[in-house]
Write a protein that binds this ligand. Structure first.
Ligand code: RNT
Ligand code: ZN
Length: 411
């Protein structure tokens, strides 16, 4: 135990916080690390462009070009993040063995290798259907008025649920499957009601069959690139759908108007939906998916979850993809930033502050919230890294640089 941690432990004990208990909670806090930072959301299905409302910018050398490289990068990144974590896959990361397997043909057999990898590396999997980067993506998928195209994507998404169910069974823990479709209009349109009715109908068909080993989440957003004028799956649409059907809304922190607070959604949504999925990201002016940092909005999001006593009702996915940065670095920095936000939230003397708040003692409330910022939480995080045998502080950088020299720069 380091001296710094001993002192931190005392400081926190003085405000009623047991750091040993918090370290235990942090150990049980699992991120769902996204596979798609390693290769700028390319996947291994085809060499086509990234289309469908999203874009990865930047051209830093060394991105993963195949499944082996991706797995190696993920394991390297995981080795520099304390604790045990999950991996979040998209359908385009299947093992198709060089064959063309269209999206309406995919099945659990294409993810056997991943399931084995998951067991070997003690890393449960989460999953996503993939409606982008495909000749049939267009502007509309599940809400396309063309029944043939709609049915194609319904079939795809149903099959993805089968895959997620197989993953959940394999790992003895539900696989969280996210549905995000880019559907929208670039320009003026008068058919909003129709598109949303079609999306609702498609989702009803997709979710008709109950699955025991997976959970469904649905993700809205403000707009996609090239689809700026209208988004079929808006937040109102999915919030209402989730509440009416017991589904899990996904809060992607890059998917709101710039002054809207994702944190504020937590206590509102959890009154009506069973659980939440997060896509923690960092929007810079738009849904730019920069690497997550320990900024105020991310801290507030985690603090709201802890304050709501909802730790177990939330799934903690990450969702960013910056192609302009060392990609292992992106994973490590973003994952550790999310953990630090969670740690700071767990170290908050919430009960004490709550008491003062109810008594109307605002100066006391502000004192504890303000002083918490300079409390020695960093020493607690260092101790967490130490106990998990991962580099403390910036020491992880050397490992990233070594791996870059030996591995990624040679690609
Ligand atoms: C897009 C959504 C979606 C994707 C990933 C790749 O705006 O955030 O979650 O980023 O599924
Ligand atoms: Zn997302």
């Amino acid at each position: 135990m380091s001296k710094a941690y001993e002192l931190a432990k005392e400081r926190y004990a003085a405000i009623g916080i047991n750091t040993e208990k918090v370290l235990e909670q942090l150990q049980n806090f699992h991120l769902s690390m996204h596979s798609w930072q390693a290769d700028d959301v390319a996947g291994f299905e085809s060499a086509g462009d990234l289309t469908g409302g999203i874009q990865a910018t930047g051209n830093y050398p060394g991105k993963a070009r195949n499944i082996d490289e991706l797995r190696s990068d993920i394991l390297k990144a995981k080795s520099l993040v304390p604790g045990t974590h999950r991996l979040n896959l998209h359908e385009i990361y299947g093992e198709f063995g060089g064959k063309k397997v269209d999206r309406d043909q995919v099945g659990p057999e294409h993810f056997e290798g991943w399931m084995q990898w998951s067991r070997e590396n003690n890393t449960p999997l989460d999953f996503n259907s993939t409606s982008f980067s495909h000749p049939k993506s267009g502007n509309l998928s599940l809400s396309n008025p063309d029944q043939g195209i709609r049915d194609f994507w319904i079939e795809h998404t149903k099959r993805c649920r089968d895959i997620a169910d197989a993953m959940g069974k394999n790992q003895g823990d539900p696989c969280i499957m996210n549905v995000w479709v880019h559907d929208g209009c670039k320009d003026m349109s008068v058919n909003h009601y129709m598109y949303r009715a079609l999306l609702k109908d498609s989702l009803d068909k997709i979710f008709a069959q109950k699955k025991n080993n997976m959970k469904d989440c649905i993700e809205g957003k403000v707009f996609g690139i090239g689809l700026e004028s209208f988004t079929v799956g808006s937040h109102d649409f999915y919030t209402a759908y989730a509440a009416a059907n017991g589904k899990i809304p996904t809060i992607d922190t890059g998917h709101y108007h710039p002054t809207e607070s994702p944190a504020d959604k937590v206590s509102a949504l959890l009154q009506f939906v069973p659980e939440l999925m997060l896509h923690v990201s960092r929007p810079v002016r738009w849904d730019s998916d920069h690497v997550t940092l320990m900024d105020d909005s991310t801290f507030e999001l985690f603090a709201e979850i802890v304050r709501a006593g909802a730790l177990e009702r939330v799934h903690y996915g990450l969702d960013y993809f910056d192609g302009a940065i060392n990609r292992i670095g992106a994973y490590v920095i973003g994952s550790r930033a999310a953990q630090k936000c969670m740690l700071r939230a767990l170290l908050e003397p919430t009960q004490l502050i709550s008491k003062y708040e109810i008594e109307g003692k605002t100066a006391q409330v502000l004192t504890y919230l303000e002083e918490a910022k300079a409390m020695p939480w960093g020493a607690v995080y260092d101790e967490f890294c130490e106990r998990n045998n991962v580099p403390v502080g910036e020491a992880y950088l050397k490992e990233i640089e070594d791996y870059e020299k030996k591995v990624t720069l040679k690609r």
